[in-house]
Design a protein around this ligand. Structure first.
Ligand SMILES: [Zn+2]
Length: 254
């Protein structure tokens, strides 16, 4: 039997998709700090390197570091207290907490490997140290949960599937849209896991976890209809998030 051009393309396309799936499922490992199985294609060293490499670029986009050393020290101190009293201390990551000068963008975010940022625009809306701990605890959760590395592995898979679909059946667009939907959906899961870990870390470090609920309300007000990049764009709706935070408080208070 002679394969026609069309059949050959389909065989090739299926081959590419199978290759991508084998690579993805072959890179599943259990995260020792969260107990969750996830696909990761980066080593912890690579995560740290990516974080360090991108930290100055991220800082640049937010007007650089805030010049007030006292405020900077406060952010450091709260972050360090969270790390020193939780499982974060046992991870290979080097945590660094940065206050960015940006007075307009209400945001906080984490790069893989432990580089964590909060903008001045967000800090100035907070009224207690516990609220700051809520934000930093949530960001430490993204690092410990290895969410960036997991998302990179998933987008590699999505790209491979899209390529396979394009080669095999000219369905590349559809496949890449499905891939995007998958990534967005999992982005929401990241936020819920980080909220959960944030509550745990707050309790272990002696902070009041109810402050994370206050943070959700502050973010909701600050957004005033606009989207807050880290805390709301890829997110489940705030009410649902608050309900989950309450569940986590019950769970970890025991
Ligand atoms: Zn987050």
């Amino acid at each position: 039997m002679k394969l026609g051009g069309r059949a050959l393309k389909i065989v090739l396309g299926v081959g590419i998709v199978i290759f991508g799936l084998i690579k993805y499922y072959g890179s599943q490992e259990e995260n020792p700090y969260t107990g969750r199985t996830q696909a990761i294609c980066l080593t912890t060293e690579e995560e740290i390197a990516i974080g360090l490499q991108n930290a100055p670029i991220m800082a640049e986009q937010h007007g650089g570091m805030h010049p007030d050393q006292q405020l900077q020290n406060m952010v450091d101190r709260v972050g360090k207290k969270l790390v020193d009293n939780t499982i974060a201390r046992e991870t290979p990551y080097q945590y660094e907490f940065h206050l960015l000068r940006d007075p307009k963008t209400v945001n906080a975010f984490a790069l893989p490997g432990g580089q964590i940022f909060i903008t001045y625009a967000l800090l100035e809306r907070l009224s207690t140290e516990d609220q700051l701990a809520g934000i930093l605890g949530h960001e430490i959760g993204h690092v410990v949960g290895r969410h960036s590395a997991e998302r990179i592995a998933q987008s590699e898979l999505a790209n491979t599937v899209a390529t396979g679909a394009q080669v095999g059946a000219d369905a590349g667009m559809l496949a890449s849209q499905l891939g995007q939907t998958l990534l967005l959906k999992n982005g929401r899961g990241d936020e819920l896991e980080s909220d959960d870990l944030g509550v745990k870390f707050m309790l272990e470090a002696g902070y009041d976890p109810e402050a994370l609920i206050e943070v959700m309300q502050i973010l909701k007000e600050a957004s005033g209809g606009q989207r807050v990049p880290e805390f709301q764009s890829s997110h489940p709706d705030p009410e649902n998030r608050i309900a989950k935070i309450k569940e986590a408080i019950e769970k970890y208070r025991g």
